[in-house]
Design a protein around this ligand. Structure first.
Ligand SMILES: *[C@@H]1O[C@H](CO)[C@@H](O)[C@H](O)[C@H]1NC(C)=O
Ligand SMILES: *[C@@H]1O[C@H](CO)[C@@H](O)[C@H](O)[C@H]1NC(C)=O
Ligand SMILES: *[C@@H]1O[C@H](CO)[C@@H](O)[C@H](O)[C@H]1NC(C)=O
Ligand SMILES: *[C@@H]1O[C@H](CO)[C@@H](O)[C@H](O)[C@H]1NC(C)=O
Ligand SMILES: *[C@@H]1O[C@H](CO)[C@@H](O)[C@H](O)[C@H]1NC(C)=O
Ligand SMILES: *[C@@H]1O[C@H](CO)[C@@H](O)[C@H](O)[C@H]1NC(C)=O
Ligand SMILES: *[C@@H]1O[C@H](CO)[C@@H](O)[C@H](O)[C@H]1NC(C)=O
Ligand SMILES: *[C@@H]1O[C@H](CO)[C@@H](O)[C@H](O)[C@H]1NC(C)=O
Ligand SMILES: *[C@@H]1O[C@H](CO)[C@@H](O)[C@H](O)[C@H]1NC(C)=O
Ligand SMILES: [Zn+2]
Length: 720
């Protein structure tokens, strides 16, 4: 379900994980620097001996070999144990002992499906629920190609008139109700983009709708110019987006074992909280055009609905409908079972057994290919294991444990990583320093990342050590600078919401970073979750020479190396402190929007929150002053004490109760926005309590919980 990092939204202010999925702004040229980011248009920062060994181990030709391996066989979740074993064997072969961690989880696979448009005159049109085979793109012609379907979708049939519901955001439905459009008993036709697809389907169901059809609109593409794939960079008209329709805003992982690992014999729930009850299917824009056109002239026209992003690029008015007696028939037959999945886990023991860095990528894809999502990351992870193998050969041993994870079943709902985190939660809570995630390593040339604040400075420093392979930039840092120089608050790093495997870690109080290189406006269209996310697309349009793969891999490797081996863990507590300040700032925008602000302030005393934030700032400042003291780094006792504090303060932000109504989400700083699924909501407890009506008692309780967590972090960081 990897969130797609799309270059369409051009906001320079909103963090990268937003409603428009990943934000990668356009490079800005000809504007002089005035930002906090400092241009360093210098040659590469010199590498230390170990850094050079790691960096030089990267070989684009070899990465291409791994990419080719992963993208020529069915590896949908739970269906390719030999690929899992192959991955573990690679780690082991490079000197990193690895084995498979197996779980038994609920998955479903497509059996048969149809979508037809029935015109009032009795004629009908059947949507094509697979992509056109393209001769030059071998894997699109495989007989075992995976058809259009949604992971965890409900088995069912429906025939009904249908309504175009925009992107299926809760506000789109509000607008439809306001316009008097009757939704009950109808089928929803929704555009991809904006909220996570599971949220769209949930909203349709909550409005009494009986099925959902989701289409990709070219309006959200990085380019609509030129020929379409395979002859040019534009989208193939038959491409469609598979993906999970789990409601991940409630919890992730196996729907039937919330909060505990899916081991054989585990007790199971029916998963009804997160599984949809209405059938849904994805279709292409070629087919969506006909469905939209049949609504033209009926209901309210797209122009009059007057919502941002409602009208797309197809030849239709994007009217709401319904068109009387024009119906859609959906049939969706899925086969569900409890199925084994396999994570491949490799471990390098550090000299400090109580400190651990985890690096992970998922391996499963919706299609035979998956050259971008996720196997650009998988190819990079294998090469990363090779690089550490080279360093191990010199007799090097890291200070901290390094765990390499190749996850299964991410696409269905972060299943492999969530179950593993649930199994090892006690050990992770005791020892984890950070989790580094790479899902789509490469789908284009522009770097992007979301992270916990403490990791941002070290990540930028590492970027100065990585050669940028494309354009005029010398280093990855220079490319980053061009994209994000005006992002003063966060230096271009968005906050983590959900959509990939960092989620369970973050919700256990383990800071994380998620890195990706993707396209933005003008770059070739990346066919997300489509058969055309193939090895052939990657070698023709995405990253011909695998040089971006190399850069992404070198970045992740050097970052892992420093987190695992620097004497003092390279966290930036000043950045963390600014992060906490941002939590409060975002929350106060909401508070100040209340018309009865004075009464609200009597109902809820916010000054405790201010005080806690100020105390955190003080603790962070004192801590940094302490570690910058003359002689600090030569005092092993002090360094070791500081590292324990840096490891443990993150856990203070965990509220064991979790959010009301979604107890899986325990981090008081960050949860996925409940109406979006991908983007981050800061201070979710108090924010959601205030937003969801007038329950100020609940809001006050959430404010108190947040204060207590921040002060616990202060206690842990406190020097002396
Ligand atoms: C980097 O290495 C080069 C060549 O070895 C050397 O001339 C230069 O001074 C070094 N730069 C720094 C900043 O250490
Ligand atoms: C598993 O993946 C490998 C590598 O892509 C492929 O060769 C093999 O056919 C796949 N196995 C199955 C059962 O699909
Ligand atoms: C758009 O659709 C209308 C009818 O719905 C048709 O007359 C027109 O030719 C179409 N335009 C294009 C560019 O296909
Ligand atoms: C829709 O069909 C019904 C019967 O099938 C018919 O009575 C009705 O007039 C039709 N409505 C329109 C607007 O064509
Ligand atoms: C659902 O539709 C399919 C295809 O039209 C049909 O074969 C099947 O019998 C239907 N199932 C039910 C329960 O109506
Ligand atoms: C790593 O450490 C664990 C726990 O102490 C131990 O069980 C394991 O054998 C060690 N692995 C290696 C390769 O030394
Ligand atoms: C609000 O709380 C602060 C301490 O957190 C306290 O000093 C102050 O008196 C309280 N204000 C009211 C009106 O209760
Ligand atoms: C916050 O810091 C102030 C000033 O150092 C101190 O007086 C106060 O006790 C601290 N509050 C808490 C709850 O730690
Ligand atoms: C080293 O650090 C420890 C812990 O902060 C401190 O107690 C000790 O006095 C320091 N030793 C020296 C020689 O500064
Ligand atoms: Zn993915």
């Amino acid at each position: 379900m990897a969130r797609r990092y799309s270059g369409i939204c051009l906001s320079l202010v909103v963090p990268l994980a937003t409603a428009c999925q990943h934000l990668i702004p356009e490079p800005i040229s000809g504007v002089s620097s005035g930002a906090m980011l400092k241009i360093r248009d210098t040659p590469l920062t010199n590498l230390t001996e170990n850094e050079a060994i790691l960096s030089n181990a990267f070989d684009a030709i070899e990465i291409e070999t791994w990419s080719s391996y992963y993208t020529h066989g069915d590896h949908i979740a739970g269906r390719n144990k030999s690929m899992a074993q192959w991955t573990a064997d690679k780690f082991t072969g490079y000197g990193i002992p690895a084995s498979l961690a197996e779980y038994e989880v609920l998955l479903n696979y497509p059996v048969s499906a149809s979508v037809s448009l029935n015109y009032p005159d009795g004629s009908k049109y059947d949507a094509q629920l697979f992509e056109d085979p393209v001769a030059e793109d071998e894997t699109t012609t495989y007989p075992d190609s995976i058809p259009a379907f949604h992971g965890y979708s409900a088995t069912g049939n429906a025939t009904a008139e249908y309504i175009y519901v925009g992107k299926g955001h809760v506000d789109d439905f509000k607008r439809l109700l306001q316009l008097g459009v009757d939704l009950k008993g109808k089928i929803a036709l929704a555009m991809y983009g904006g909220p996570f697809r599971g949220v769209k389907v949930k909203n349709a169901q909550a409005n009494g709708m009986v099925g959902a059809i989701l289409f990709t609109d070219p309006i959200t593409d990085s380019t609509q110019d030129g020929a379409s794939y395979p002859d040019g960079p534009a989208r193939h008209p038959s491409s469609l987006q598979r993906g999970s329709v789990l409601d991940l805003t409630k919890y992730t992982g196996d729907p039937t074992t919330p909060g505990y690992p899916s081991k054989p014999g585990a007790k199971r729930t029916d998963g009804h909280e997160v599984l949809p009850q209405i059938p849904s299917l994805p279709i292409s824009y070629r087919d969506a055009t006909l469905l939209l056109q049949a609504l033209d002239g009926y209901g309210v026209s797209g122009k009059d609905v007057s919502r941002d992003g409602w009208v797309g690029a197809l030849n239709a008015t994007y009217s709401t409908g319904p068109a009387p007696n024009t119906t859609i028939s959906i049939s969706n037959i899925m086969s569900s079972s409890i199925t084994p999945i396999w994570n491949a886990i490799g471990i390098i023991n550090g000299t400090h057994a109580d400190e651990t860095i985890i690096v992970g990528n998922h391996r499963d894809a919706w299609i035979i290919g998956g050259a971008g999502d996720p196997n650009s990351g998988t190819a990079v992870l294998v090469e990363l294991s090779k690089a550490f193998g080279e360093l191990l050969k010199t007799g090097w041993k890291p200070r901290r444990n390094i765990v390499l994870c190749s996850w299964d079943a991410e696409e269905y709902g972060l299943v492999g990583s969530t179950e593993w985190v649930e199994e090892y939660a006690p050990w992770l809570s005791e020892t984890a320093i950070s989790y580094i995630n790479v899902d789509i390593a490469v789908a284009g040339p522009k770097p992007g990342a979301a992270s916990s604040p403490e990791l941002r400075t070290v990540a930028q420093d590492i970027m100065t050590k990585v050669k940028y392979p494309k354009g005029d930039f010398k280093t990855l840092y220079d490319a980053w600078y061009a994209l994000y120089r005006f992002r003063l608050d966060d230096h271009g790093f968005g906050n983590l919401g959900s959509g990939s495997d960092y989620t369970a870690f973050l919700q256990l109080g383990i800071g994380a970073l998620d890195f990706s290189m993707q396209g933005s406006r003008g770059d070739p269209v990346y066919h997300y979750h489509s058969n055309y996310d193939s090895y052939h697309w990657m070698t023709k349009y995405g990253d011909k020479d695998f040089v971006s793969h190399t850069a992404a891999g070198q970045f992740l490797t050097l970052l892992t190396y420093h987190l695992a081996d620097d004497a003092l863990i390279p966290f930036d507590l000043d950045a963390m402190q600014k992060g906490v300040e941002q939590w409060l700032r975002n929350f106060l925008i909401l508070v100040n929007s209340f018309s009865d602000l004075e009464k609200l302030q009597r109902d809820i005393n916010f000054s405790g929150l201010h005080n806690a934030q100020k105390n955190f700032t003080q603790a962070a400042t004192d801590f940094t002053a302490w570690t910058n003291q003359e002689g600090f780094r030569s005092n092993d006792t002090a360094v070791s004490l500081a590292n324990k504090k840096l490891r443990d303060f993150q856990r203070a932000f965990i509220n064991p109760e979790g959010l009301p109504g979604r107890s899986f989400y325990k981090n008081v700083g960050y949860a996925p926005d409940v109406n979006d699924g991908y983007s981050a909501q800061t201070l979710p407890g108090p924010t959601e309590a205030l937003r969801n009506g007038e329950d100020r008692v609940a809001a006050r309780a959430q404010v108190e919980i947040t204060i207590a967590c921040i002060l616990k972090a202060v206690e842990i960081l406190k020097v002396g």
